[in-house]
Design a protein around this ligand. Structure first.
Ligand SMILES: Cc1cc2nc3c(=O)[nH]c(=O)nc-3n(C[C@H](O)[C@H](O)[C@H](O)COP(=O)(O)OP(=O)(O)OC[C@H]3O[C@@H](n4cnc5c(N)ncnc54)[C@H](O)[C@@H]3O)c2cc1C
Length: 331
């Protein structure tokens, strides 16, 4: 049975890893961060913790429905029935009660943590070189040049720009990944001592530097602060991508008061984070990519759609392609 190395423990890599469980003996996931999740992440500002990156997910595809039902049964996701509105210049202009949304329990990153528990995961492993061996397999090296093992099949489950960097000679994959552009997203996290007079839970914001605001409801029970997460629009984020964090923090907060039509209040804790590669603008619409001759593949939301559902379906498609490859070459 061939061995498989998956680079990246975001939702795509973790889905691929868990789908291969029980079918392929030796599957190892390498993640450069100290924890899994990628763009579903957590952020600590002072004593407060926030969902960073994805705030919720939606479900359209029947296969993803089945996967989410299983996650629900295992207790790490639940429907989110928050009141979500559209805001324009301080006014609520629309209410969105129709879309079914889900969140991780108690936080978004729990989804990744639960999947990771079912896999063999190596963290703090920043893979920087893949070397093709004469007998077919791949040798993996980290950014310090340490050798991390040889594998028959390699899957790159990172965002598009990292895929292109890692497998430059495999042009069928690197050329496709190279063409994908990503948005920038500044995100701000603020905790207020007194509850703000905002009746809704989250809002899409129009005509503003912000595109999304949401009350963080899953903080530690000991925290009774009112915590808000603000996402700047792609256009604003791009324009201020190189700005100082302090300047961005003030600009996001000013935009928040304007969007909600509230008088400014001083947060007890604040933090900002810039996602330099937030969402793929032009996914390639191919589910996943696999080069049969070189036994190397790539998956992620940049293949399918810029959301959790896209990442999961891409990871699932990758696992399916690996099984078909193994059947053809090793059965
Ligand atoms: C601000 C923001 C808000 C979002 N909001 C939503 C939302 O509300 N709903 C929704 O459905 N989606 C949302 N998304 C999108 C969603 O988070 C992504 O589509 C999804 O998480 C992508 O998963 P992925 O596995 O394809 O990639 P990633 O999550 O990026 O995973 C890639 C992983 O590869 C690792 N990696 C990269 N290079 C290496 C290397 N060389 N060696 C080892 N590891 C490496 C990275 O550290 C990362 O963990 C949002 C994203 C952002 C940034």
């Amino acid at each position: 049975m061939p061995s498989v190395a998956i680079i990246g423990a975001g939702l795509a890599g973790l889905t691929c890893g868990t789908a291969l469980k029980g079918l392929v003996e030796n599957v190892k996931i390498f993640e450069k961060n100290v924890f899994p999740g990628g763009r579903i992440n957590r952020f600590r500002a002072g004593e407060y913790e926030f969902n960073n990156g994805a705030q919720y997910f939606t479900v359209n595809n029947p296969l993803f429905w089945n996967i989410v039902s299983a996650w629900q049964t295992q207790g790490f996701v639940r429907p989110w029935d928050g009141w979500i509105v559209e805001l324009q210049k301080g006014q609520v202009i629309n209410s969105d009660m129709a879309t079914q949304r889900f969140v991780g329990v108690p936080r978004m990153q729990t989804v990744a943590e639960n999947l990771a528990r079912q896999c063999e995961l190596v963290t703090s492993a920043n893979i920087s070189e893949l070397e093709r061996q004469d007998d077919g397999g791949w040798r993996l090296f980290n950014d310090r040049g340490d050798y991390l093992g040889a594998y028959d099949i390699v899957i790159i489950a990172t965002s598009a720009h990292q895929v292109a960097d890692l497998c430059r000679p495999i042009t069928a994959i690197s050329d496709a990944a190279d063409k994908v552009d990503m948005t920038v997203c500044w995100s701000g996290m603020f905790a207020f001592e007194k509850s703000l007079d905002i009746p809704y839970d989250a809002a899409f914001v129009l005509d503003s530097p912000l595109s999304w605001i949401s009350r963080y409801q899953f903080t530690d029970a000991a925290n009774d602060a009112d915590c808000w997460i603000l996402h700047a629009s792609p256009e604003w984020s791009q324009q201020y991508a190189a700005s100082f964090r302090g300047r961005v923090m003030h600009a996001l907060l000013d935009a928040f008061w304007e969007a909600t039509d509230l008088s400014p209040d001083k947060p007890v804790s604040a933090g900002v984070h810039c996602w330099k590669h937030a969402l793929p603008i032009n996914p390639i619409d191919e589910d996943s990519l696999f080069d049969d001759a070189q036994a190397i593949g790539a998956c992620g939301d940049w293949c399918t759609a810029p959301r959790i559902e896209g990442a999961v379906l891409s990871g699932f498609s990758m696992a399916d392609r690996i099984m078909k490859y193994i059947h053809r070459h090793h059965a």
